[in-house]
Structure formats: C-alpha cells, structure tokens
Design a protein around this ligand. Structure first.
Ligand SMILES: [Zn+2]
Length: 460
C-alpha cells in the first residue's frame, strides 16, 4: 500500500454537537486537546438520520437510496407483510476497509453498524450490535471470537434490555459496555497490524434514548434534582478517560477521527401516524378497529390509499395500482396524491394546535438513485422532535406522550459531530461538513483512490 499514514476512526453513535462541543466540553480534557489540533464541527447526517443506514453511508460515501437501505427494517418486495432486517449482505458497495484491503492493507473493524454477518476483510472484524448473540459467528476470522471473549471476559454486543430495565441499571450497563468497547479496541489495535481501524460504541445512543429527560432541563419530562441528573456529565467524563487511554496505543503520526452518525434531541412525544391516516379515510380497516400494531391482515387494502411505518421517522407508503398486490392509486394520480399527503403532513398541528413543523422528503429528490423499496414519503414529524407511532389507538389523541416501543426520552437529530486531527491538516471549527465527506477524507488520508459515484468532499 502506498499509504503514508494510518487512520483510526472512533465512532460515538448518536453524539450531538451540543453535548460534545458545548455542555460537556469542559469535562473532556482529552477531547479538548484533540480539538486543539483538529478540524471539527457539526456533521450533517443522512436522510433519514438513522444508525442503519448512516454508518454504511458514511463509510462508503453513498446515500441510503444507492444502498437501498432506509432503516433497520426494509420492505423486501411490494407485498404488504414482507419486511427484513438490513444485514451486511444488503450493502453492495465497497466501504473504506474494502478499499484498504484491495490496496494490500489491513483493517481492524469493531462494532461498526452494518457489519453483521462479518465479511472476509483483509484484517480483523468484530461485527455489530445486530449480531443475535456471541454464540453466532460474529467475527472474521472466525478464530478471533475466542480472542475477543478472552480479552473481554464475555463480549457485550449491546446494552441488554435497555428500554425496560430501571434507568439507573441501564446507565450502569452503558458505562460498562463503553469501557469494554474502548479496552477491546486498545487490545486489538496493539495486537494486530492495521492501516485503518474503525470502531463504534453504541453507548451514547442507548444512554441518550433512556436518560435524556433526566439530564436536560429543557425536556418536557425533566424533574429538577432527580437522582440521575448528572449521569450524562459523568458519562462524557468517562468517555474522555477511555479516549485518552485508547489514544496511548495509537502511533503519534496516525490521523484520528472522532465522529458520530447523527445527533439527538429531546423527544416531545409521538404522533399516531397510522391512526391519522385512518381518521382521514386513507387507511381502511376490516371489522372493528383494535388498538395495537397495524396488522396487514386486518387492512381493507382495496379501499386503502396509504399506510405508514413508525419509528424515529415516519415512512409513508402509497397503495399503488399495478405495484402493490391490491393497489388502488392509479399511477397517473400518484404524484397528485403524494403531493396532497405531503401538504397535509406539513400542515399538521401539535397537541397545542401550533404548527408541528413537519418536514417531508421525496426519495428521488434526496438520492441520486433509489434502490430496493423506498418509502414514497420520508416524514420528520416536528423535524424529528416527535416520533412516528405506527400502532393504532382508535379514539385517542393523535399526539401522545407514551411510546409504543418502550420509554424513550430522545429522538435523533440531523447533526452529528466530526473531529479530525491529522498532521498537516490545520485546525479550527468548520461548518457545512457532511457525512458524505468522511469516506473521501479517509481515502485521501490513506492514499487510496476514490471509487466512482461517491459524493462528498475531502476535508483538507
Ligand atoms: Zn446511530
């Protein structure tokens, strides 16, 4: 490999600029010293800003549309009841470690979302939190599993049951997992050769989702003086200590990138997306409407125009004649119906009657190519301050303060973070950085050519 230097990417899932650069900046001496010699700033995420696909987009320089991955679950075909988890097999474009391998270099990849099942890379891979358990083949080479288990005393893929255990135990599990992830990263970095190393810790994401309301006085559910109000600050201090210890095993001339895939913000509540469509007469049910998950078998499809899928963002699907099995929207009415729905969604009020500020995207306008089955509309309720609730609650209010998938205090936000320290790069705050700039920048540092069709620019 012609690479003049090694590069390490430290991924902190869900870390927003406000926490890293503002609230806890004074609690993080290692980060302060890194930022002192780095280009740093907010990093605009993918549309939608969701872990899967965001990390794969970051490391390939391609959009969710080009990957054909729009979230954890994706429609497999146009039938109503076929969805699948997006595994690593869905990612058909090279990620940075593939380019490193093709050039004769070695990579270490640890916990990067979008890497289960692990691929036979040139180097070492410990796959991500979507591995079902450590009994599964979650490493490449397979023998690495033993080493990982020995080094960690039992590798933790993700925080177990974090939404349903008491918040204090969830926090403790997050602290423990983060410590273990950084220690394993240091172990792998010092015991195997690498030109490129990338590891991701899901700890911040889990902590933010479970505990945001405890730590942010601006959260509507915040109780001043609660016992966990200092836990974010403690966590960012711990993160900084782990970062400092990890950097001790990184050679001085290596470039260091700390990055997140998206940000986070207080979740104000949830919007009952499918219930709204039912109320509009656009989603028609057979028989008495029942509260709970939308069951495709109970939908009167020949009378249904549209349905939605919930989550941190909303996916709206139109029931199109000739496309869905019992489609009704004539193809020549598709644009008009989609426009009416987009207008109605943008006009939605919140629980006080004030405009919610919902944003709506058409996939073909935000992606250069749309593979597999994209939502017909991508919906950010209240610009992601409100979650999309897919389950039904006949007669209930459309705005709710309960969540159908368990307690959750935070939603994702568009801006993540970018901190890149590399010799000769200079430093200072930079605005306008995009998640699509990461892969071209890594390739440039590693001395690799850019694959065709990548968007983004080298941060120099
Ligand atoms: Zn994420």
């Amino acid at each position: 490999m012609s690479s003049p230097r090694r590069v390490v990417l430290i991924g902190l899932d869900c870390v927003p600029p406000k926490l890293l650069f503002d609230w806890y900046a004074g609690d993080m001496p290692t980060m302060a010293s890194l930022r002192g010699r780095a280009v740093w700033g907010p990093l605009a995420s993918t549309v939608p800003p969701i872990t899967v696909p965001a990390w794969s987009c970051m490391l390939s320089g391609r959009t969710p549309g080009e990957l054909g991955v729009y979230g954890f679950r994706n429609r497999r075909d146009h039938r109503y009841d076929r969805s699948a988890f997006a595994t690593s097999d869905w990612i058909q474009v090279p990620r940075v470690w593939d380019l490193v391998g093709a050039a004769g270099g070695q990579s270490i990849v640890l916990g990067v979302p979008g890497t289960y099942p692990p691929s036979p890379i040139s180097g070492h891979m410990v796959s991500c939190f979507l591995a079902p358990s450590t009994d599964a083949a979650f490493t490449h080479p397979p023998g690495l599993r033993e080493e990982v288990q020995r080094a960690t005393g039992g590798y933790v893929l993700d925080v177990a049951d974090f939404r349903n255990c008491p918040p204090a135990s969830a926090a403790q599990r997050v602290f423990d997992m983060t410590e273990q992830r950084f220690e394993l990263a240091a172990h792998l970095a010092s015991s195997h050769p690498w030109d490129f190393m990338a590891f991701v810790d899901m700890g911040p994401d889990r902590l933010h989702h479970v505990l945001w309301q405890h730590c942010d006085p601006a959260h509507p559910k915040h109780e001043p003086g609660n016992a966990l109000s200092g836990v974010f600050r403690e966590y960012y201090r711990a993160l900084d200590r782990h970062l400092g210890r990890f950097l001790e095993v990184v050679p001085d001339d290596a470039a260091v990138l700390v990055v997140s895939d998206h940000g986070a913000q207080p979740m104000l509540g949830g919007f009952r997306f499918n219930q709204w469509l039912v109320d509009q007469g656009l989603l028609v049910l057979r028989g008495e409407p029942r509260p709970g998950r939308l069951d495709p078998a109970l939908v009167d499809w020949p009378r249904t125009t549209a349905w939605g899928d919930g989550g941190y963002y909303g996916r709206l699907f139109l029931n199109v004649k000739g496309r869905e099995p019992q489609g009704v929207v004539p193809p020549d009415r598709y644009e008009a119906v989609r426009q009416e729905l987009a207008d109605a969604l943008r006009a939605l009020p919140d629980h006080t009657g004030a405009p919610m500020g919902t944003r709506v995207f058409r996939p073909e306008e935000v992606y250069p190519e749309v593979r597999n089955i994209a939502p017909d509309l991508i919906v950010y309720f209240g610009n992601l301050r409100w979650r999309a609730i897919g389950s039904l609650e006949p007669g209930g209010s459309l705005c709710t303060f309960d969540n159908d998938t368990g307690p959750d205090g935070a939603n994702h936000a568009e801006d993540g973070v970018f901190v890149l320290a590399a010799d000769g790069l200079g430093g200072g705050r930079r605005d306008g950085l995009s998640i699509y700039d990461v892969a071209p920048t890594l390739q440039s540092l590693l001395g690799l050519p850019a694959p065709p069709a990548q968007r983004g620019q080298v941060v120099a």
